[in-house]
Design a protein around this ligand. Sequence first.
Ligand code: ATP
Ligand code: HSE
Length: 293
Amino acid sequence: MRVSVPATSANMGPGFDTLGIALRMKNQVLIKPSKFHSVSLKGEGSNNPALKDNNMFISIFNDFYHNLSTKRRNFRFEFFNEVPMSRGLGSSSAVIVSAIASAYAIEGIELPKPKLLNLALAYENHPDNITPAVMGGFNVATVQDNEVKYIKKDMPKYLKAIVVIPNRPISTHMSRKTLPYKYSKDDAVFNLSHASLLTAAFMTENWEMLRMASQDKFHQKYRMKQMPELFEVQKASLKAGSLMSTLSGSGSTFFSISHADDCRKIEKELKAKFPHFRVFVTDFDNYGVRVDK
Ligand SMILES: Nc1ncnc2c1ncn2[C@@H]1O[C@H](COP(=O)(O)OP(=O)(O)OP(=O)(O)O)[C@@H](O)[C@H]1O
Ligand SMILES: N[C@@H](CCO)C(=O)O
């Protein structure tokens, strides 16, 4: 059985804890019944021996598996990871969503996506990464009465994402602590109006509005101060022709969107300017988590 989950970019500027989008980079896990428990890792995290022991995937999988099954089978887990850890591309959401989906699938129990989304919420209490990880596409989401309420929009093929991935990780948990405890009414209205406009722009495919609507006063500048070169990345990406360019989740990745015709030029300019960062173009994912039995 194989389960794959896409990387996700959350916030998208002003949509703190609300907006997120799925990318065509994925973590996959292949699970086979086996005499003994064993783990193999390829790709991201493969040089981290701790991930071969009781990693977050295995512990969430076991929580669900032990609840769902009376049998005590062992499994071989083969991970193929494309989502870099702690870089703002939703690595924790990918792990949470794939672990829950895997435990249900291995038991042959149907798990509708909305239910999976609400189960994932217990492990990550903001819905902006888990919603696109489960559903794919661009999503606006909130949590009400412990349930995720969301609206999804498929992304067109003529738009591409350009990601700039620094080699330094940023932990979401630590990064949230650097944010102000309170915001002024002016800043709140600024983010409310920009996030609303940005959402409307995605829904109506008004791509020229993205640059203006993706401005933010809630989190980016506080987080980017930890890695000031990110201000240069944003400036360079917009100058090279991106439609929008924002800190991805809590960072350290920078996420931009462009027309397909412009993406190679933008990628080339960013690579030349930031040779020590990984820069590449990727498509959007409109499907979300996928289970192949
Ligand atoms: N492939 C993986 N296998 C096991 N655990 C992982 C894996 N990827 C991420 N994790 C867990 O998730 C943690 C990273 O979560 P964190 O929220 O800090 O980063 P992120 O999800 O990549 O960023 P963001 O939420 O800003 O997009 C790691 O410290 C690790 O515990
Ligand atoms: N909305 C979250 C995304 C990262 O998980 C944050 O900005 O902290």
